[in-house]
Design a protein around this ligand. Structure first.
Ligand SMILES: Cc1ncc(C[n+]2csc(CCOP(=O)(O)OP(=O)(O)O)c2C)c(N)n1
Length: 338
């Protein structure tokens, strides 16, 4: 049987197998989040729920360029990053359901997914604050001489706060191995970018600290992969941080409760023409890397995997109350005073 021609030359050195894996991850993230929305509607998931639908190419493309030893910090819209980093969808869904089998024992919820064994240091809810944490991690790596990088994900709205400029300046001064990945989905909660930012091309904000900066199509996982690889190599050469602006769009509201009065249905539909999953799928079909039967099979397997995750979460015991003891917040609890 003739094998599919390998078109790695056109795809930044990615093999057909890697491209298919990236496509599968994007489909898995989308499917997982559709079930999250259902779980929220059924009150199986409480608290905040920020969906990443439409932005999948950024997490998948960038994670494909990272190595197991690299470190990840992300914001509260973190389901896609966790899945792309290879966290177990069962433990993630259980976390969302507030169950003891969740990746944070069910105490973190949607915004605080974590798995230290994968150097996935968590989702953070305070916008911009984790950029400063990335500098702390970058400093530690530099002092230890570890050949590792930190990538930190954040939105366009987060680049208006002081922490963004503070972090960029600090990282550039110390030539820290940090990749600042701005996911520009063109809106911060209910405020379109033209209204919240004086500079709408976010990568241009890097010039304030002379940080190497570039803008890519965040709907194209291969473009994101290439930009991340460039930033990774740059950091590993000891040359310092990079700012990547990946332009995309979120199809759902800011969180599960959002009436979306700040945009029209027509706006959303217009962007659907650039849906990263539909576009990537078509590209793989056109190039003979994927065929219709494989695609159906892949979708079937993903649906099964997500259904198993929901079942696992549903049947797991609720988070244990003993963990609500403030002492449980410490890695090394403080002994009681005499
Ligand atoms: C310091 C701080 N101020 C305000 C908020 C409330 N808040 C939550 S999300 C958000 C908008 C963030 O938008 P953006 O950075 O573009 O990320 P996106 O949600 O679009 O991914 C704000 C203001 C917060 N979490 N932290």
């Amino acid at each position: 049987m003739a094998s599919t021609p390998d078109v790695t030359e056109q795809h930044a050195g990615l093999s057909n197998e890697q491209l298919l894996d990236m496509y599968r991850q994007m489909v898995l993230i989308r499917n997982f989040e559709e079930k999250c929305q259902e779980g929220y509607t059924r009150a199986q998931i409480g608290g905040f729920l920020h969906l990443y639908v439409g932005e999948e190419a950024i997490a998948v493309g960038s994670m494909a360029a990272l190595r197991p030893e690299d470190h990840i910090l992300t914001h509260y819209r973190d389901h896609g990053h966790a899945i792309a980093r290879g966290l177990d969808p069962k433990a993630l869904m259980a976390e969302l359901f507030g169950k003891a089998t969740g990746c944070a024992q069910g105490l973190g919820g949607s915004m605080h997914l974590v798995d230290v064994s994968k150097n996935f240091w968590g989702g953070y809810a305070i916008i911009g604050a984790h950029l400063v944490m990335a500098c702390g991690m970058g400093t530690a790596l530099k002092i230890r001489g570890d050949k590792q990088v930190v990538i930190v994900y954040f939105g366009d709205g987060s680049t208006n706060g002081g922490e963004f400029y503070e972090a960029m300046n600090f990282a550039q001064l110390g030539k820290l191995p940090v990749i600042f990945m701005c996911e520009n989905n063109l809106v911060a909660m209910g405020t379109p970018i033209e209204i919240h930012s004086a500079v709408t091309e976010i990568y241009r904000k890097g010039c304030a600290s002379d940080v190497r900066s570039e803008r890519v199509d965040g709907n194209d996982p291969i473009e994101v992969y290439e930009a991340t690889k460039r930033a990774l190599d740059y950091a590993l050469e000891g040359r310092g941080p990079s700012l990547i602006e990946a332009v995309s769009y979120r199809f759902r509201g800011h969180s599960a409760q959002d009436t979306q009065k700040y945009r029209t249905k027509e706006d959303v539909e217009k962007h659907r023409a650039q849906d990263p999953i539909v576009t990537f799928r078509q590209q793989l079909l056109n190039e003979g890397i994927l065929n219709e039967d494989q695609d159906k099979q892949l979708l079937h397997e993903v649906e099964q995997e997500v259904a198993e995750a929901v079942k696992f979460a549903d049947e797991s015991p609720v988070a244990e109350e003993k963990w609500l003891d403030p002492q449980s917040a410490y890695a090394n609890p403080i002994p009681p005073q005499a």
